[in-house]
Design a protein around this ligand. Structure first.
Ligand SMILES: [Mg+2]
Length: 210
């Protein structure tokens, strides 16, 4: 399901998503889409159904959107900015914790994504996952008795974590200010948008649990 990543048994564990957590994916994808003559609208928390021909009322065929998405992961990483304060926050957490990046990027985007993370000072082990993230989180969290934290923007991955690895503390964050009001939440996952407030909350959680 995922590589046998050895997790230090004597450190806290931070598992963190990339898109809309460490990366302003939506803005970058919007630039890429614009470069191909399309518009990425922000009416709802969705992806393929937000891609339009300029002026159109019906979104682009899903298959065309998917092809653009695949090409974006192959070659478009330079269009993505890091989420504000994300690299510094991970660096601060990495002083006392193991940081692992858990992304559902397509496998063909692995090299481009690794390079992007390195370029922006986020050179941590990266796992490419498919489907719900809970099982991969559980496999890592089971290797340490220290506190573990998972950060994602998508409620279904936080739900999956709650089910598969209930002891892991869950935080939802949405990097893009335009997407924040559109992104669904659930009260059982603590939501803190933006690393300025998220970092101290994670640090407090690690301290309280230690
Ligand atoms: Mg994400």
């Amino acid at each position: 399901m995922h590589p046998n990543l050895a997790i230090a048994p004597d450190r806290a564990l931070i598992v963190v998503d990339v898109d809309e957590v460490l990366a302003l994916f939506y803005q970058g994808f919007g630039r890429f889409i614009a470069g191909h003559g399309y518009e990425l609208r922000s009416d709802k928390f969705a992806l393929f159904s937000n891609i339009f021909q300029p002026g159109a009322t019906e979104h682009l065929e899903i298959e065309t959107g998917r092809a653009l998405f695949d090409e974006f992961f192959r070659s478009g990483a330079d269009l993505i900015d890091p989420a504000p304060a994300a690299p510094e926050s991970l660096a601060a957490l990495a002083k006392s914790a193991t940081v692992v990046i858990l992304t559902n990027a397509p496998e063909h985007g692995r090299d481009e994504r690794s390079r992007w993370l390195k370029r922006h000072g986020m050179d941590y082990p990266m796992i490419i996952n498919e489907g719900p993230k809970g099982p991969a989180i559980a496999a890592m969290a089971d290797q340490t008795l220290f506190p573990a934290v998972f950060v994602d923007d998508i409620v279904s991955h936080l739900d999956s974590c709650a089910l598969a690895a209930p002891r892991v503390r869950r935080f939802q964050t949405v990097a893009d200010p335009i997407l924040r009001p559109l992104a669904p939440s659930k009260p059982e996952h603590r939501r803190i948008d933006g690393w300025t407030n998220l970092l101290p909350a994670i640090q407090a959680e690690l301290t309280a649990a230690a």
